[in-house]
Design a binder for this molecule. Structure first.
Ligand code: DC
Length: 253
């Protein structure tokens, strides 16, 4: 079974995807990390970020791998072509380079094929921008997770402080988030938009645990069984989505 979680940068997708996967016993796939890894390789090789053919060749010929620790559904490490890039893909430089790389049709073609191969091998929570629309249009659960740009910038700054990578300047981060929102939603290939049958969840001012519970409920409903999530098993709020205010409701489209 696939749970697709799409949405803009900093909406809390990673935190939510990991927690939902843990509760339901699913694996996690962070497709943004794959685009970031290709962007990192392109910068290392001096490939022009508007050279679709060269970027596509790079994406096709460098294996992207995720390293798991036993019992943890969320991978801890990511590598491309055998090189560990876990921290290197979280810098401000990659934040800037990844937009044009992810807009390259041949990169998307190569990575979507890989994502489908990985996801079809088991039960996955897959997070990205086009998961419910392009990668897994047949996903059993589709969520479009959003939050205000300001709240997303605050979360990203906190995350960067915790990870000691990336910018910790709020205005710079907010400007980057707005730039990426525009870029991701206006690009010709697989623009960021909710699938017609996606449930929209706005995490602005909500406890992240409640968003997680909403998605688990959707998964249970899709499975037609009651097993899985119990409110008393709530995880700690993650760096991308610390509690800010009481919960709102699920907003089906
Ligand atoms: O989720 P993230 O910020 O790590 O994603 C990095 C970039 O990759 C972002 O600019 C959007 C792009 N992306 C995409 O185009 N499609 C996906 N499925 C995942 C990410």
């Amino acid at each position: 079974m696939i749970i697709a979680i799409d949405g803009p940068s900093g909406a809390g997708k990673s935190t939510v995807a990991k927690a939902v996967a843990k509760k339901l016993g699913f694996s996690c796939l962070d497709t943004g990390a794959m685009y970031r890894a290709v962007a990192w390789r392109a910068l290392q090789d001096g490939v022009a970020l508007d050279d679709d053919a060269a970027l596509g060749q790079l994406a096709r010929t460098h294996d992207i791998a995720f390293g798991h620790e036993p019992g943890d559904p969320a991978p801890k490490r990511v590598s491309i072509g055998g090189e560990d890039v876990t921290d290197a893909i979280r810098t401000a430089e990659i934040d800037r380079a990844v937009s044009p790389v992810s807009a390259a049709p041949s990169v998307r073609e190569a990575l979507v094929a890989q994502q489908q191969r990985i996801g079809r091998a088991g039960d996955y929570v897959v997070e990205g921008r086009d998961i419910g629309t392009v990668v897994f249009p047949e996903a059993a659960v589709k969520v479009f997770l959003t939050a205000s740009a300001e709240e997303r910038a605050h979360r990203r700054v906190r995350q960067n402080v915790d990870r000691s990578v990336g910018s910790i300047d709020y205005d710079e981060v907010l400007a980057d988030i707005r730039r990426r929102d525009d870029y991701d939603s206006s690009r010709a290939t697989s623009p960021l938009k909710p699938a017609d049958d996606a449930v929209r969840l706005d995490s602005t001012g909500r406890y992240i645990e409640d968003v997680i519970d909403d998605i688990c409920s959707l998964a249970q409903r899709a499975r037609g069984q009651a097993a899985g999530c119990h409110p008393e098993q709530r995880p700690q709020a993650g760096v991308e989505g610390s509690p800010a205010a009481p919960a709102g409701g699920v907003e089906p489209r």
